[in-house]
Design a protein around this ligand. Structure first.
Ligand code: HEM
Length: 473
């Protein structure tokens, strides 16, 4: 709908938008990347220049928007009218075969079906035992840390935890990164995201001509994962062909979809990689922030514990996803953490054809393939009406019934047809961790490593989150 007052205004183009002043050659790149908190820079500019503005990445003008009207259209009209950034997809597809995150058009439709099939609620019920087993392993480590008084590097541990869960669910392989010291897949996989981000931001694709040691390490990591996946591939195909119900993502992926040709090996490998990557850094950062907020807010911690006592009773772990669903306060804590510390604060997209968008300040014309930064987390951090005192951490705001999760402006898992297919799994993991750990342990923040901060590569990570734990008194 176009409101009549605004149709009287001339249609603007990207060149008419306000924005920070670029410097010669580099544009706004230095300010954008300084301190590796690009999402905070984009939000600050949004406060200064309005909900839709422009800035320059070197010589390229790009548009940024946090306007709910635009977000709604851009997120919903995929894959036909908008795509993910072609630059990002190109860089990723060079490293691993195309998967659901980078695919477009009909290929995306096929791969998306495969991804949602392997993460649907029925499978999650089946995977649940694996999630509790890994959580149990983690609580044993916390017991040991309580005995020794050693500080826990929370992000590192959460990365190992989510990787153990994802690899086990993905292919029935027990990585046990939680208890493994030294180098291995568990230590190399988390380095993939920073490498992707580095290449996306590189002014020149040097790796096509010269391989630096870090590029060779990247190749080696991908080959190593590929070897593990392909090893299990044959077994998975044989099991599914024998009529057995799929017991992990891989088996779900090799099960032919009705009326669809079977997926190729590359499609399965690509999608597996996208699941592993999608499931690891995002969930681990959310879980790490959650533990940080619990350590910093003893009153909230007490409420999570009281709820866990009531819901879990004699059980140490929830019996099934439905029981996790009853941990409403712990879930509200995770929602509030994601509102304040979104791990995917913006998405980069491009219109596939020339478009004219209704914005809050009139119409905006964008030629096909304009690079568009979509700030999906800004609204929930600024909206005074939906989120009174938006800067305050207050999980109770999620429990008064006024806030249906996953609607604008709160969309930590994205929106529209490309909405995150791992949402349920991520919420189960983060809610269960909050509940089980808060129930069993007292947490004390350890600030010896420095101030808690954040940095952004492909997703946003917390830094210096460390806690000391004691068994519940
Ligand atoms: C707290 C945890 C997580 C957050 C905040 C998160 C967030 C997101 C966001 C914002 C998107 C983009 C959605 C869009 O374009 O509209 C996305 C896509 C995706 N996520 Fe997640 N995610 C999380 C966990 C997971 C998990 C556990 C998995 C799988 C195991 C996963 C797999 C994916 C995949 C495959 C996509 C691409 C979907 C597509 O393009 O169709 N994510 N996620």
């Amino acid at each position: 709908m176009v409101d009549t007052d605004r149709t009287a205004q001339p249609t603007r183009t990207a060149a008419d938008l306000d924005g920070p002043k670029p410097v010669p050659l580099l544009g706004n790149l230095p300010e954008f990347t300084r301190g590796r908190v690009t999402h905070r820079v984009l939000e600050r500019w949004c406060d200064e220049y309005g909900l839709t503005y422009r800035f320059h990445l070197a010589r390229h003008r790009v548009v940024v928007t946090a306007d709910p009207k635009v977000l709604d259209v851009v997120m919903r009209k995929r894959p036909d009218d908008f795509r993910r950034s072609g630059l990002m997809a190109g860089v990723l597809d060079e490293i691993i075969p195309t998967g659901v995150f980078t695919a477009e058009g009909d290929q995306w439709r096929r791969l998306r079906k495969m991804a949602t099939q392997s993460l649907n609620v029925a499978y999650l019920r089946q995977y649940f035992t694996t999630i509790t087993q890994v959580t149990e392993r983690l609580t044993r480590l916390w017991d040991r840390a309580a005995d020794s008084g050693e500080s826990i590097d929370v992000l590192d541990q959460m990365m190992r935890y989510t990787l153990d869960v994802t690899v086990a669910l993905a292919m029935g392989h027990d990585l046990n990164g939680l208890e493994t010291t030294g180098e291995g897949l568990h230590s190399r996989l988390p380095k993939l995201f920073p490498e992707f981000a580095r290449r996306i931001e590189a002014p020149f694709p040097y790796w096509r001509y010269v391989r630096l040691p870090r590029d060779r390490r990247l190749d080696a990591t991908v080959r190593e994962i590929e070897a593990v996946v392909r090893e299990r591939f044959v077994e998975a195909r044989a099991r599914v062909a024998s009529g057995a119900d799929p017991a992990n993502f891989l088996e779900a992926l090799v099960k032919p979809l009705e009326d669809e040709p079977a997926f190729t090996d590359d499609e399965v490998f690509g999608n597996m990689m996208h699941m592993l990557l999608g499931g690891e850094d995002t969930t681990s950062s959310t879980a790490a922030w959650t533990l940080h907020y619990l350590a910093e807010h003893p009153d909230v911690h007490r409420k999570v514990r009281a709820e866990a006592d009531e819901v879990l009773g004699d059980r140490k772990f929830p019996a099934d996803p439905a029981m996790v669903g009853r941990l409403k306060y712990a879930e509200a804590v995770v929602n509030e953490v994601q509102r304040l510390r979104p791990v995917a604060p913006y998405l980069v997209m491009q219109p596939l054809k020339d478009v004219t968008l209704d914005t809050r300040d009139g119409r905006l014309h964008l030629p096909a393939l304009t690079v568009l930064f979509v700030l999906i987390a800004y609204g929930a951090r600024r909206d005074q009406v939906r989120f009174p005192e938006p800067e305050t951490f207050r999980p109770e705001r999620w429990l008064d019934g006024s806030m249906p999760p996953e609607s604008l402006p709160y969309t930590p898992f994205g929106n529209g047809p490309r909405f995150c297919p791992g949402r349920n799994l991520a919420m189960i993991e983060a809610t269960m961790l909050a509940s089980v750990l808060a129930r069993g342990f007292d947490l004390e923040p350890d600030r010896s490593a420095g101030e808690v901060g954040e940095y952004m590569t492909f997703t946003a990570f917390p830094t210096n989150v460390a806690v000391r734990v004691r068994r519940r008194g």
